[in-house]
Design a protein around this ligand. Sequence first.
Ligand code: M6R
Length: 616
Amino acid sequence: MCGIVGYVGGRSALDVVLAGLKRLEYRGYDSAGVAVLADGSLAAAKKAGKLVNLEKELSVRPLPAGGTGIGHTRWATHGGPTDVNAHPHLDGAGRVGVVHNGIIENFAALRAELADRGHDLRSETDTEVVAYLLAEEFSSCADLAEAMRLVSLRLEGAFTLVAVVADDPDVVVGARRNSPLVVGVGEDESFLASDVAAFIAHTRSAVELGQDQVVELRRDAIRITGFDGRPADDARAYHVGWDASAAEKGGYDYFMLKEIAEQPRAVADTLLGRIDAAGSLSLDEVRITASELREMDKVVIVACGTAFHAGLIAKYAIEHWTRIPCEVELASEFRYRDPILDPRTLVVAISQSGETMDTLMALRHAREQGAKVLAICNTNGSTIPRESDAVLYTHAGPEVAVASTKAFLTQLVACYLVALYLGQVRGTKWGDEIQAVVRDLSHIAGAVEEVLGTMEPVRDLARTLADKDTVLFLGRHVGYPVALEGALKLKELAYMHAEGFAAGELKHGPIALIEEDLPVVVVVPSPRGRSVLHDKVVSNIQEIRARGARTIVIAEEGDEAVVPYADHLVRIPVTPTLLQPLVATVPLQVFACELATARGNEVDQPRNLAKSVTVE
Ligand code: M6R
């Protein structure tokens, strides 16, 4: 939610910041703005709408050249997406400029205080107060980092702030509480950004900021202190394992298409090196002892959106392979119901970004109650893995499209690995059984590749449904969360009414929705593994078809029982029942992407959404 960039160095700050914002636009695209320090003053430009609007504005009214600058791409919270509410915000004298990600909860009180002191703020945002407060503090200490520290202590809520001041043109200062901020260390130049993607074209050396820290950035020096003023000793330097090309479209029309196509590699990479010659599985970081894991009597999975669907599927594997009860809960609901947690509860937090505020707050609540937290995450160094007791990284590479695809498949792989790991530690699965599942998992990359090679009819079908109002999705067992995921993809991309139902639940109400030619996608379990499941779903298809539904059936190769009832049949490779979501989800991603395109929607940046949701 909101992308931030800061730069100080020998290049054109405007060019670096704009290129960085382009890479961060997935975080929000309601408005964009930049500010550059040049000739002892601060020059800013900002525009409602996507970055392209700002670029047009700059081509008409260019900013002066300078080597220090900041920029912002916004997902609006306080105040609509207007030019005035766009960041950077400046103080009354136009000397201090600030960009912000997060929500300052006590901004109303601070604004009233500033008004009492005679300041007349222009925007409706929570951010503008920071520019005025920084200017006030700077006027007495003449040190922007110190001013930032003092102001941060007065703010409540979640905030990443990056600021510059005209009186000290070689410095950019950042502050971080509960929202991401990463430092990029270059040769005689330094960067600050919400995500390494913003500066990866210039450097792969990064330093992650801890909670409640302020960073002062110069060309050749970085100084990090806590909000308490003490030098920070926990800043972690790391090398980014991917390069700029990974964050580019690589010839595809959309990032989503590229990311769908990358799934075979992402799945294979997530499995890489997980099992040693002796057949033992390993996670990335584990600060939970084997005996603590053996003592666990409950697993609770917390996540949001697509990651929540991965959690729903994980429940089947965890309970089946470990016999530990597993609950799955929307992270945004979790702490408000006062869940029963203790040191024998293992909480699994799943998040692509590692910054989702709802998930972060859920894991903090769990840890406060004494539970241990294991994170499944795609973003190295992000807050959720940093605050967890154990981590398993998905190696999907950067996911830029707002709609999650490769992150989902790799989250599933990670969930299966966690379930097997628990089975290994607790002795509920023998080594050869674990190896057999890992072998099955190792065939999935090829199976996904196979599915991707057969998607043309799915695309054709999607285009013919572009004028429909509703599509329903049905599934049973692990196919039920797949149906939910298919519906979520269609909602967020095609802006259509789409709902996923447990196939067996249909007769308890939703079947009333079925009418002539209503498209219903049905995910059919394998007939080989659990025939009872399969047969029930085949009956469900007959029930909806008898009421006029147009059935779009996703079924395994060789499943002939579905043929008479499928108006459209999508074949997927033969896969063990529990692993079927890894292949069954792919056609639904392609379907949603194509339908959105046919409806003329923005595939990578659907309306009202942002990739990383850092507000609750
Ligand atoms: O970064 P996270 O995995 O924590 O994000 C969770 C959800 O916001 C995310 O999966 C969202 O639902 C996607 N846009 C769905 O495609």
